[in-house]
Design a binder for this molecule. Structure first.
Ligand SMILES: Nc1ncnc2c1ncn2[C@@H]1O[C@H](COP(=O)(O)OP(=O)(O)OP(=O)(O)O)[C@@H](O)[C@H]1O
Ligand SMILES: [Mg+2]
Length: 333
């Protein structure tokens, strides 16, 4: 298994809060041997934080960085240490964790709860100060610089196990919530730029609108994230635009014109309480209306549906399915 992290291929963190958190975590692994555990909802930025932390540690200490995702197929032998039949006799085989321990590197164990409790218990002796693991008469000792970071959702997400108590006791936990509105807009923009081949430039108003929409619609059972925002943003950028001389009638000859403009202003300015005529009649709202008119209202809706998991049977959301779908329908614009 090649589990070395390619340090040149890790997306940089954006946003103030995530950067502060990176520093806080780095201080901890720089000054202690504590294992870290990042937990939080899907798309909240655990994996990217863990990778950036591993990169920083690896570069500052000149040690290797590793990354591995747990799955039910992983065995103790492939992951940590075990016996393998080699040329007819059983020999100790070192997995990626043992290799990292011996090299004094840092390892990210992602999706840590996609395995069994028995597997996690195997980590107990590795997480202690002495940090060893053994099979038969083979013992692997960790170098002083060995560090380990786990990431996972909690067990309320389908397919995740609960943590054994003795394993959980040994960890320093960081909870990841979704970013602030400002940071999440930057993240949507960053992912879209990274993922799209064309030179990507999207208006800030559109990014704010889409980000505000996904933040309103997401629930624990329907975890929309910056990933969904970036898909919508890219699809909008790639959509064929019509020449428009005047806005779509939806925005002008509708009895709800004022309230439609207000809803748009609330999203773009991310403010429910302080929206007045200045915002409702602003050039930002006009620019947004022109943009959506050039894409077409129906096309805009279809893009949001297809980017926001509308057509998918998402596990965990079945009880609320109709409510979620109605909510998306009525909130898009
Ligand atoms: N602070 C950030 N800076 C840049 N990109 C970010 C940031 N936070 C999240 N992202 C991006 O958002 C997406 C989701 O982040 P990430 O994969 O780290 O989430 P996660 O919490 O590990 O989710 P999951 O539980 O589904 O594994 C990724 O594309 C990631 O690059
Ligand atoms: Mg992840």
């Amino acid at each position: 298994m090649n589990a070395k992290l390619d340090l040149n291929n890790i997306p940089k963190l954006v946003g103030e809060k995530p950067k502060e958190k990176l520093e806080e975590c780095f201080k901890l692994i720089d000054n202690t041997r504590y294992p870290l555990y990042f937990v939080g909802p899907s798309g909240s930025g655990k994996s990217i934080m863990a990778m950036n932390l591993a990169k920083k540690y690896s570069e500052e200490k000149s040690v290797p960085a590793y990354y591995v995702q747990l799955s039910p197929e992983q065995t103790k032998t492939s992951l940590i240490l075990g016996l393998r039949l080699i040329d007819g006799s059983l020999k100790a085989h070192k997995g990626v964790v043992a290799e990292c321990m011996e090299n004094g590197g840092i390892i990210v164990i992602d999706e840590a709860t996609h395995t069994t409790q028995e597997m996690l218990l195997m980590f107990n002796s590795i997480l202690d100060r002495t940090s060893i693991t053994s099979i038969g008469d083979e013992i692997v000792y960790a170098k002083e610089s060995f560090r380990i970071i786990f990431c996972s959702n909690d067990s309320s997400y389908a397919g995740n196990i609960r943590l054994p108590q003795s394993f959980a006791q040994r960890l320093v936990t960081f909870y990841f919530d979704y970013p602030t509105f400002e940071d999440e807009c930057k993240i949507v923009n960053r992912i879209a730029k990274d993922e799209c081949n064309i030179d990507f430039k999207m208006s800030a108003n559109i990014i704010k609108y889409v980000t505000s929409l996904l933040r309103d619609l997401r629930t624990k059972d329907f975890p929309l994230s910056a990933r969904n925002g970036s898909i919508a943003t890219i699809r909008l950028a790639l959509a064929t635009k019509k020449e428009v001389n005047k806005p779509d009638p939806y925005f002008t000859v509708n009895s709800n014109v004022e309230s439609i403009r207000k809803k748009i202003a609330i999203r773009i300015f991310n403010n429910v309480d302080n929206i007045g005529i200045a915002q409702i009649a602003s050039k930002e709202v006009n620019a947004f209306i022109d943009y959506i008119s050039s894409v077409g209202i129906q096309e805009f809706k279809d893009i949001i549906f297809s980017s926001f998991m509308y057509f998918l049977d998402v596990d965990g959301s079945e009880l609320m399915n109709d409510k979620i779908k109605n909510n998306i329908q009525s909130s898009i614009i």
